[in-house]
Design a binder for this molecule. Structure first.
Ligand code: ZN
Ligand code: ZN
Length: 237
């Protein structure tokens, strides 16, 4: 029989998130948390080809994965599992010292893949095109709507230019609307995210100030065009 697919990034993040919420002695297949994680991983729907459905993300496979993490864990004094994939180590290295980041990404994954989708939402949602993964898109959204990022970026621009204009189309809300146009601008995270956004620290230059229209175009084509491309496109017209 063919082997089941390896755990991918999203699955390993959920495993590691559970790992840090448990004592070493609890990491076995009859623990309710392990059973719950097994059910969740089966619901994620991230794999198409599952040759052995009974073994797929079974409680046993999860406790093995937790045992792999023990092997990488300097705090664990017993013997962990010998084997374990390269990806296990990558996820461990990326997150074991950054538990908050781990929790954020795990929450995001649960929100994206495990929340029951409400019908209402899917009716009103616009069709999106272009981007490689919903996860990366949501990751970009998360970053650009971080209140701290928005505040710092806007203050930086204001300090340098004294007003907030759209960096793409040059729309100036204050001169167009007057006083009530203050604070209309949005922030777009203008960085093409590769597969592992967690590895890419952002710097303030990765964010651009944009008007709502330009932002909509950029988000709709997320992963395909960047602010500079859109700017060129407008100029050519
Ligand atoms: Zn604009
Ligand atoms: Zn955006």
């Amino acid at each position: 029989m063919k082997k089941n697919p390896n755990f991918n990034r999203e699955e390993l993040i959920l495993c590691l998130d559970l790992y840090f919420r448990m004592d070493y002695g609890q990491m076995h297949g009859s623990n309710p948390e392990v059973i719950k994680l097994s059910e969740d991983l089966r619901k994620l729907g991230l794999h198409k080809d599952i040759p052995d459905i009974n073994a797929f993300r079974s409680v046993n496979s999860i406790s093995l994965k937790l045992a792999n993490f023990k092997r990488l864990d300097g705090n664990f004094k017993g013997r962990g599992m010998r084997m374990g994939g390269k990806m296990d180590r990558e996820i461990w290295n990326e997150f074991h010292k950054h538990r908050d980041k781990l929790k954020n990404e795990a929450d995001l994954i649960r929100q994206l893949y495990l929340k029951p989708k409400s019908k209402e939402r899917s009716f009103t949602e616009e069709p999106r095109i272009g981007y490689k993964s919903e996860f990366l898109f949501q990751f970009h959204k998360n970053r650009e709507t971080d209140p701290m990022v928005m505040k710092v970026k806007k203050e930086m621009i204001l300090a340098a230019a004294n007003k907030l204009k759209c960096e793409v189309c040059s729309f100036d809300p204050h001169s167009f609307y007057g006083e009530i146009g203050n604070d209309l601008m949005e922030i777009h995270y203008n960085k093409e995210l590769k597969n592992e956004p967690g590895l890419e620290p952002s710097d303030m230059d990765d964010f651009v100030v944009v008007c709502s229209n330009c932002h909509k175009v950029l988000d709709k084509n997320f992963g395909l065009i960047e602010a500079a491309d859109l700017k060129k496109l407008i100029r050519q017209k």
